[in-house]
Design a protein around this ligand. Structure first.
Ligand SMILES: NC(=O)c1ccc[n+]([C@@H]2O[C@H](COP(=O)([O-])OP(=O)(O)OC[C@H]3O[C@@H](n4cnc5c(N)ncnc54)[C@H](O)[C@@H]3O)[C@@H](O)[C@H]2O)c1
Length: 344
């Protein structure tokens, strides 16, 4: 079988470098495109270079001519589009930069695929934020954690879209462009509405990547602030499971083209802030001091993805249980402690 080629934008980021390594280990040719704007990306690239060979393009997805040059240079079987401004908080302070990277950047990638590589499967890393507050969902305290009283399987793709925050709008626009390019131009493109993804090589900060941030902060003895009561819940998906879902989607273009999928750990893989603190305390063998603040505006008590559509269409399901995944993350932070002293 001929070797296949994938372009991974944002390939030096957390999800991207894990995806690049996975596809290389499955004998794909990999091109990584990244502008290296995120802290930790140089280190991720070094890690990838130590492990394998790949092409690297230092480029910005906002630059149309460069995106055109890269996408027209080779035959790509797949494009995994991850490059993005990823923090809601940053999108509020600089909405133009957020729009450029997320909305225009995605448009540039899609439009280049349309013109130069229309058979490439495109996976756009969208977000559960496209559903906004989901005000109609009823949340209640269920034991030690919040959960939905009325949505036992979580939030499905049928939930109305309600873009909230500049990040929600820019990713939401990109999500809809992706689906429309599939409808109008026949590109096998899909929007993966990702929930909280965690795992090694995530340089989490307080504003984004909370599982990694808590772990790094606990290890470096930085302050951890809990906003609210700490019982808020997210479904979490290990990055290795996410990358397998990308692979499954690429292998079944007919089943994913023009479709949006909620991609997360689902109801079987949920974690509250306090659950994570308890796991960290157990593993690190010490009490973690916490600072407490009031709920922030818009903080959701619960978000859990309904992942049945992806399970049904692709026969995929998350395999890494939360405890195993979190322990792996803690061990990585422990081993690479020096990295974080500079990075966060
Ligand atoms: N990690 C999560 O929990 C999560 C959840 C939902 C959606 N997502 C989406 O998944 C994707 C990957 O997320 P991640 O956690 O790996 O983030 P990340 O910040 O680690 O990776 C994003 C990468 O994009 C690069 N980048 C940023 N702007 C760019 C630009 N204009 N041109 C080229 N490269 C640029 C950064 O340098 C970084 O390497 C993002 O699109 C994000 O919105 C992530």
């Amino acid at each position: 079988m001929a070797t296949k080629t994938v372009l991974i934008t944002g390939g030096a980021g957390f999800v991207g470098c894990n995806a690049a390594r996975y596809f290389r280990s499955h004998n794909w040719n990999v091109t990584v495109l990244d502008n290296l704007s995120r802290t930790g990306t140089e280190n991720n690239l070094e890690w990838l270079r130590d492990a394998t060979s790949f092409d690297f393009e230092r480029a910005d997805v906002c630059d149309r001519a460069t995106v055109d040059r890269i996408i027209s240079a080779k035959h790509y079987d797949a494009v995994i589009h991850l490059a993005a401004q990823v923090a809601v908080t940053t999108s509020v302070t600089d909405p133009r930069a957020d729009f450029m990277a997320n909305a225009l950047g995605t448009f540039n990638v899609l439009d280049a695929v349309r013109r130069f590589s229309p058979e490439a499967v495109v996976i756009f890393a969208s977000t559960n934020k496209v559903y906004g507050k989901i005000a109609s969902a009823v949340t209640e305290l269920q034991g030690e954690r919040y959960g939905y009283a009325d949505r036992p399987y979580g939030i499905a793709e049928s939930e109305p879209l309600d873009f909230l925050s500049p990040y929600g709008c820019s990713k939401g626009a990109a999500d809809q462009y992706t689906l429309d390019f599939a409808r109008i131009y026949g590109i096998p493109a899909t929007s993966f509405r990702q929930s909280c993804i965690y795992g090694t090589r995530q340089f989490g900060v307080e504003d984004q990547g909370w599982v990694a941030w808590f772990t790094i902060a606990a290890r470096l003895e930085r302050d951890i602030t809990i906003y609210g009561d700490g019982r808020q819940v997210r479904d979490v998906l290990h990055v290795d499971d996410l990358v397998r879902a990308y692979e499954a989607a690429i292998q079944s273009p007919d089943r994913i083209a023009g479709q949006a999928f909620n991609v997360g750990g689902g109801p079987k893989h949920v974690l509250s802030l306090l659950d994570l603190i308890a796991m960290l305390e157990k593993r690190l063998g010490k009490k973690i001091p916490l600072k407490w603040e009031d709920w922030r505006p818009g903080d959701q008590r619960a978000y859990v993805s309904d992942i049945r559509k992806l399970e049904t269409e692709l026969g995929w399901k998350p395999e890494i249980d939360v405890e195993t995944g979190v322990v792996g993350l803690i061990d990585w932070v422990d081993e690479e402690r020096e990295l974080f002293v500079e990075a966060v």
